[in-house]
Design a protein around this ligand. Structure first.
Ligand SMILES: [Zn+2]
Length: 200
């Protein structure tokens, strides 16, 4: 399934020539003759019009446009349309495999990866690391259950992960050992922490 989604994203990037390392989802939509308009509330695609909330932070807008492009690309390729598929294609569009592979050979540091790929948010980057390196990840915002990423989608966060998140928030410093890394991210106002770890 993932190989098919990967191919759909690659074909779209190559077909439009919009495969510059920092893929711009708005440009990509324009290359596909899709119009992007502002709306409030959840993003959508109807016909050839994508609607997204333009008041959110820029990486989120790129993520939402890429997600709707994902639905569009799945349908165009004659694939089953699914949330999982659109989410996968969106991250593969914003972080093209070859370029992101080269980045990951240099660093797994999420803030540094965000500088290299400025249109991708931390969650999209963590998701892509999981897809390409077989890790699992969790995204922690205040007052919400963590969002779990990676192949073992129904894994529960380990109790030590919550402790690690507290330490990273208190010290403001990234954490790394042999099996887990964690970063505090400047995605206000959440004091978001992302943990990437080996799948046990
Ligand atoms: Zn969707």
């Amino acid at each position: 399934m993932q190989a098919g989604w990967e191919g759909i994203a690659r074909d779209l990037l190559e077909g439009t020539g919009c495969d510059d390392p920092s893929v711009d989802a708005f440009e990509l939509a324009a290359c596909c003759d899709l119009e992007v308009r502002a709306k409030s509330g959840p993003a959508s695609i109807v016909g050839d019009v994508i609607r997204v909330d333009m008041r959110t932070r820029r990486t989120r807008q790129h993520g939402q446009v890429a997600h709707e492009l994902g639905h569009w690309a799945l349908a165009r390729a004659g694939c089953d349309d699914s949330e999982e598929g659109a989410i996968y294609v969106a991250s593969a569009l914003l972080l093209p495999r070859a370029h992101f592979n080269a980045s990951l050979r240099a660093t797994w540091d999420i803030p540094e990866l965000m500088r290299r790929h400025p249109n991708a948010g931390a969650g999209t980057i963590a998701r892509r690391i999981c897809a390409m390196r077989g890790t699992i990840a969790s995204v922690w915002d205040h007052h919400r259950a963590p969002l779990l990423l990676g192949r073992r989608r129904h894994h529960a966060p380990e109790s030590w992960e919550a402790g690690l998140v507290t330490i990273v928030r208190e010290t403001g410093r990234a954490y790394a050992d042999e099996t887990a890394r964690a970063w505090l991210l400047p995605e206000r106002p959440w004091r978001r922490v992302v943990v990437v770890r080996e799948a046990a």
